[in-house]
Design a protein around this ligand. Structure first.
Ligand code: AMP
Ligand code: MG
Length: 363
């Protein structure tokens, strides 16, 4: 499906200090939100595209700007406990516990919605997803807007999420009301979505807060039936967003699964084969394997080091930036090493698998 998005709106741009955001800039951005417009802003995970969660026409503008399917609900971003009270029916004890432990932070809770939340936000579901971001710019914007702010990632639907203002501008300039540029985001992958509306708390999307962290607070945590490693079969979507193509760069992305030394050999062989066909090929590797791709007889068209295999946080921070770079440099094929499914690495692999559209090369 191709969306032709007309770029005709004036997009305001403010560069802000991420730690001490300038009050006048936040007030201007918040006045756009209050007037029913959309504003992109940094959070600790990725950039969000926000609108007043209680204004259905404003929320509709988010769906239009992104080309987002109407059945994929949004996350409401809050700055206060009383915002949370306004959007959910009630706050169960385990939600209160999680809020105290992880908010502000990359944990989204799914709870039965209050009747005031417009259906367009929840895509007709009777539950609502809500979180409090850990970023001064996001929190100040929500406070000054004086309303909870519905905000999905600020990218065209299906594309890699934005971790810097440049990524947002590429996708959204001329179709949104404004953008607050607060530099690069620190976590780099989206929030963990945890469903508290069923019997056992269930992770619908892995993210910035890990399963291990949640298990220290909750007695039981289930992971939805999504693929958990590279050996499994297709998954059945539980969260509406899961069924869509996601996070995808323009080039075809492949994951090479298996022993890492063998994977390096296979990647080099594949690069050469594709280059012979005239394709531009990128390799996304780890610090540990980097030197193998720098030997004389071999040159990928683009080589990007995501970080050490032992530091999944760094890999998470760099992943989307690397995918955006592959697009900027017109890569036809992107070969990615498998990273350990540990801690936030679990979320990293979840995004890489989706970006690949399940193109997995088994060794
Ligand atoms: P995004 O904001 O683009 O990162 O996407 C938000 C994610 O949260 C999507 O995967 C949605 O499907 C999911 N989500 C939002 N609201 C709900 C809900 N009420 N129940 C289940 N998943 C939800
Ligand atoms: Mg998204």
């Amino acid at each position: 499906m191709i969306f032709i998005i007309k770029r005709r709106m004036r997009t305001r741009y403010w560069r802000v200090n991420p730690f001490h955001p300038e009050k006048n800039k936040i007030i201007e951005a918040a006045s756009l939100i209050r007037a029913g417009n959309t504003v992109a802003f940094p959070t600790e995970t990725v950039y969000g595209l926000g609108a007043d969660a209680f204004n259905p026409e404003a929320v509709q503008k988010i769906f239009t700007a992104k080309g987002r399917p109407a059945d994929n609900p949004l996350i409401i971003h809050v700055a206060y406990w009383r915002h949370l009270e306004k959007v959910v029916q009630e706050i169960p004890p385990e939600a209160a516990l999680l809020v105290r432990r992880f908010w502000p932070g990359p944990l989204t809770l799914v709870l039965p919605k209050s009747p005031e939340v417009p259906h367009v936000v929840t895509a007709g579901l009777d539950t609502v997803a809500v979180r409090m971001p850990r970023h001064r710019v996001a929190l100040e914007l929500i406070r000054r807007s004086r309303c909870p702010v519905a905000a999905p990632s600020a990218n065209v639907s299906g594309r890699p999420s934005p971790t810097a203002a440049d990524h947002v501008l590429k996708d959204m300039y001329g179709v949104i009301g404004g953008i607050l540029d607060g530099g690069s985001t620190s976590v780099g992958v989206e929030s963990t979505v945890l469903d508290l509306s069923s019997d056992v708390p269930t992770i619908l999307r892995p993210g910035g807060v890990t399963r291990e962290q949640l298990e220290r607070v909750l007695k039981r945590v289930r992971v939805s039936s999504e693929r958990e490693n590279l050996n499994g079969d297709e998954f059945i979507p539980r969260s509406p967003g899961m069924k869509y193509r996601h996070y995808s760069p323009r080039g075809e992305l492949y994951i090479i699964h298996g022993n890492i030394e063998k994977a390096v050999g296979k990647i080099k062989e594949l690069v050469l084969n594709w280059q012979k066909e005239g394709k531009k090929v990128a390799v996304l590797c780890s610090r540990e394997t980097q030197q193998h791709y720098l030997q004389n007889d071999f040159k990928a068209d683009l080589l990007m080091v995501l970080g050490s295999r032992k530091e999944p946080k760094t890999v998470a921070r760099k992943l989307y930036e690397a995918l955006h770079r592959c697009d900027e440099e017109n890569m036809d094929v992107i070969l990615v090493e498998e990273f350990p499914f540990k801690g936030i690495g679990y979320a990293v692999m979840n995004r890489i698998i989706k970006a690949s559209g399940n193109r997995i090369i088994q060794l």
